[in-house]
Design a protein around this ligand. Structure first.
Ligand code: ADP
Length: 591
């Protein structure tokens, strides 16, 4: 590249910009100028064409409308008579976009047609002229369109054409069109297609050799750090791909149903496991017709809403059971856990079909119910014969026999209680525990129960403290059952003590009952579990106590169904105090 000392353009701003000698074009030349701004492009173009027109060269401009207009404005400002040149056939200006279709076939430039269209135009203009100058933007249009293969092919065709028609061809590419690693190979190819490559304006604008060397050094450093960055990005992309694959595999494994939804409940994605569970196709689900709530039977709506609330607050719903409605209308019990995808409005849900487990539970409850009913029948007749025998032996004054009989009677009573517990449990589970709710005078019930239980123990003194003078609304026998259970537990689990204290009080709108013993106590880690079904604290050194571990579960259910709460306060070896509340009877507010 030679440096021109005589500037053809008046603007001082661009004084240093052109580094080509526009007046000394060789016979055949195909050069490319990279531009950072459009203004610079128009500037170079007007110098290239202006110099040509002055020298009597033929000038052909195949460019966009705006470039052709800006060019002509410039030429006229420099007192060049564009119209006259055009009339003479020295200046030809045609639209690039309109020219392209004339030689493009199936997305690629056709060599025959190209020669026909452009070659003949050059031949016409060349007649009787010194030289032909062409500014072409056909290639740039193809490039901008993303048809990079066609752009490179067209550059080749220009070169072929140059072999038969001598001309100077000026191409201009915007530099931003090559921003990206993927363009590296094609960028090299474009440069290869040209006999001269002129870097974008920021480089030729540097006046001294020192400035240019510094600029190159800086560019080298930048290129180097970019390469490092690209390598790092590739590693990161690889990691991301691997993680995406892992997630996909998990998603597609169908071990559990998985869905992605927004907070409003619109499904965004779902795996086959989830679709199978519900009987819908993916299209149906994602069409937005099936909202998450539409799949949930109404009685579970508030549960779902609670889960969504928890999700918004803590990013996780925890696991909870509910039901879904299969497309066929069938109810499917499921275990659900939903997690919010961080910093997004979407959540991912995991759904496990628990139909089988529920079915087993139901069968187990049915079995317990049946078995305890069956056991009750022989027990009732056992009890009947026992009292017959007791009466008969009483007349014979056989003390020994009577003593044994009363031992048998106590054991039969225990057995009856166990079986009743089992029956209660199965009735609770199947929702059959029918309440015959009435107004219950608390103090009377408490007094009566304490007296009854006192009659069964010779080891403990039951102390009753306080009065409520209140009524609750509920089933007397069931509330009595809670009191009996807490009192007998207190006796059973305090073998070395001799007192159990029962306190009753009225507190605002509820009744508070507490049963305190001075026995073995319950360690903290067991306290929340003792209210579950079949849970008994087992301790290696402790002696074991008879029971099934369902008494407290039943108490808890009864209290809950009466609108109250049951809880325990205890330390290991320091006794236990069980408390429960019941709402006061209020007219107009029935259970
Ligand atoms: P169980 O029939 O075994 O007594 P419960 O449901 O009534 O069943 O009680 C569950 C478990 O809670 C018991 O096995 C016992 O370990 C513990 N527990 C209940 N009441 C007391 C108490 N007053 N003191 C210490 N432990 C108790």
């Amino acid at each position: 590249m030679t440096t021109t000392s005589k500037k053809t353009h008046a603007s001082s701003k661009h004084k240093l910009a052109p580094r080509l000698n526009w007046s000394e074009m060789s016979q055949s030349e195909h050069f490319v100028q990279f531009c950072e701004t459009d203004e610079f492009l128009v500037n170079s173009l007007s110098e290239f064409i202006g110099t040509g027109l002055r020298a009597g060269d033929a000038c052909i401009v195949i460019a966009t409308k705006s470039h052709r207009e800006s060019l002509e404005e410039r030429l006229q400002a420099e007192d060049l008579e564009v119209a006259a040149a055009r009339a003479r056939g020295q200046y030809v200006s045609i639209d690039a976009a309109a020219t392209l279709p004339k030689f493009m076939v199936e997305g690629l430039p056709d060599p025959g047609r190209f020669t026909e269209v452009v070659g003949s135009m050059i031949a016409r203009a060349a007649k009787g002229r010194r030289h032909v100058r062409i500014f072409g933007e056909l290639v740039v249009l193809l490039w901008a369109d993303g048809n990079r293969a066609a752009a490179i092919r067209l550059e080749e065709l220009w070169n072929h054409l140059g072999e038969t028609h001598p001309f100077s061809l000026f191409c201009a590419y915007p530099m931003h069109g090559f921003a990206g690693e993927v363009y590296e190979v094609e960028f090299t190819e474009i440069c290869k297609q040209h006999s001269q490559v002129i870097p974008a304006e920021s480089y030729p604008a540097l006046a001294s050799l020192d400035e240019r060397l510094r600029a190159i050094t800086l560019l080298q450093q930048r290129a180097n750090s970019l390469e490092v960055e690209i390598a790092e990005r590739k590693v990161a992309e690889e990691r991301l791909r691997a993680s995406e694959n892992r997630y996909r595999q998990l998603f597609d494994s169908n071990l559990v149903g998985v869905f992605v939804s927004d907070f409003a409940g619109t499904f965004l994605d779902a795996n086959d496991g989830f679709l199978d569970l519900l009987g819908y196709t993916r299209e149906e689900l994602l069409a937005g017709i099936m909202q998450r709530d539409a799949l949930t039977p109404p009685e579970f709506h508030s549960l779902s809403q609670n889960a969504v609330k928890a999700l918004q607050e803590t990013c996780s719903s925890g696991t909870y059971e509910k039901e879904y409605l299969h497309k066929s209308g069938k109810r499917i019990p499921v275990l659900v856990a939903v997690t919010r995808i961080e910093h997004s409005n979407t959540c991912i849900g995991f759904v496990l079909d628990i139909s089988e487990r529920k079915e087993l539970d139901k069968r187990k409850d049915e079995f317990i119910s049946m078995a305890s009913h069956e056991l009750k029948t022989p027990l009732t007749s056992l009890k009947g014969f026992l009292s017959l025998l007791q009466r008969r032996l009483a007349t014979q004054e056989d003390e020994k026999a009577l003593h044994y009989l009363s031992r048998i009677d106590a054991q039969v009573n225990k057995l009856t209680k166990l079986i009743n517990d089992l029956l209660d449990l199965s009735e609770l589970e199947t929702g059959q525990l029918v309440y015959r709710a009435k107004r219950v005078v608390v103090d009377d019930l408490v007094q009566e129960t304490v007296e009854n239980v006192q009659g069964t123990t010779q080891t403990h003194h039951l102390l009753l403290q306080g009065q409520t003078q209140a009524e609750v609304f509920g089933v007397r026998d069931r509330i009595g059952q809670v009191l009996i259970n807490l009192l007998t537990n207190a006796i059973k689990y305090s073998p070395h003590a001799n007192t159990v204290v029962m306190c009753v009080a009225k507190d605002h709108n509820k009744v508070l009952v507490s049963v305190q013993d001075f026995g073995i106590g319950i360690a903290k880690e067991h306290q929340h579990k003792i209210f579950e079904r079949f849970y008994q604290v087992t301790d290696a050194e402790e002696k074991t106590y008879p029971g099934l571990g369902i008494g407290l579960y039943i108490c808890c259910e009864i209290v809950k169904r009466h609108g109250g709460q049951l809880w325990v306060e205890s330390e290991k070896d320091e006794g236990a105090t069980f408390h429960f509340t019941l709402p006061l009877f209020q007219i107009g507010k029935l259970l």
